[in-house]
Write a protein that binds this ligand. Structure first.
Ligand SMILES: O=C(O)CCC(=O)C(=O)O
Length: 295
């Protein structure tokens, strides 16, 4: 295992914002801060996705949303039903993104999630102050013992200040989760959404374009309301250990037919725009990350 990690510890192109002289190669060692993940429930890997690639995803989101804003798509959460743009697959198969997750999982043998993007425009003046402060939830059953190692991730595609409705979370509650669960009236039927007023402080990390934020699925999290002046653009990306052959086939189908991934969370786009497009090109590496070929 150790040998495998050393091999993976390669390098990634840090963005020119880090080095004004142009892109440089930087080691991932020490950049993936496992301690932060343990302590706060999340970590940020700075500048891991190149600026050009972020701009391409932003352009694809804008194209997808052109002339279209039905309430079910541009909802309160900002989720956009776009899954298969080439640019999005290029983020998923970007070697540095994989290297970051490989550091966390201690193995390069991973599958990448097929997930959507986020677009959240500033709240119109007439709707301010907002009635809500965004949402906080969990996507998994938090009563599991022992806790499985599951992480989720989001890439900021543009600079995202703390007032722009981006990722928000409760590190204090993450640290006290066991005690807190114990005090709940019915631990088995624990609701996955927390309702305000909250008992724990909400932390909103600022992110720069190209930053990857990875959080432990046991961290209560969500996103906020955009009270800034710029739109939030983000792409969700995470990795997991490979699943079985049936799941591999389902994923292949999803990619090949530009379908929505299975699961209650993904309603899909009513216009079926993606289904009319050809499937995204995968690198050899991307084929492994999809599960089309073995590692
Ligand atoms: O928009 C975000 O950064 C958080 C999204 C979220 O809550 C989720 O993916 O479960």
């Amino acid at each position: 295992m150790a040998g495998q990690r050393t091999q993976l510890k390669g390098f990634y192109h840090a963005e020119d914002r880090c080095s004004p002289g142009g892109p440089v190669l930087q080691s991932l060692e020490g950049v993936v801060n496992r301690e932060a993940l343990q302590k706060n429930g999340y970590l940020i890997v700075p500048g891991i996705v190149p600026a050009e690639l972020c701009r391409e995803v932003v352009a694809d989101i804008d194209r997808h949303l052109e002339g279209y804003a039905p309430p079910n798509e541009l909802d309160y959460y900002g989720m956009v039903e776009l899954y298969h743009a080439q640019s999005m697959w290029d983020v998923r198969q970007h070697p540095a993104v994989h290297a970051a997750f490989a550091e966390l999982f201690d193995t390069e043998k991973l599958w990448v999630s097929i997930d959507r993007v986020n677009w959240k425009s500033p709240l119109p003046e007439e709707e301010r102050p907002p009635k809500y402060g965004g949402f906080i939830h969990w996507d998994i059953c938090i009563n599991q013992k022992p806790r499985p190692f599951e992480v989720q991730g989001v890439v900021a595609l543009t600079d995202t200040d703390a007032d722009m409705g981006g990722f928000q979370c409760m590190p204090d509650l993450y640290r006290e989760l066991d005690e807190w669960l114990w005090k709940q009236p019915c631990r088995k039927a624990q609701k996955s959404y927390l309702m305000p007023p909250y008992d724990h402080p909400v932390v909103v990390p600022e992110m720069k374009a190209g930053d990857l934020l990875v959080w432990d699925s046991f961290l209560p999290h969500g996103n906020g309301i955009n009270l800034g002046t710029r739109t939030r653009y983000a792409q969700y990306v995470t990795m997991t250990l490979p699943g079985d052959a049936r799941l591999g086939e389902e994923r292949m189908n999803c990619w090949f037919s530009n379908k929505i991934p299975s699961g209650y969370a993904f309603p899909g786009d009513m216009r079926m725009l993606e289904q009319k497009m050809s499937f995204a090109k995968l690198t050899e590496f991307g084929r492994k990350l999809l599960g089309l070929v073995g590692w």
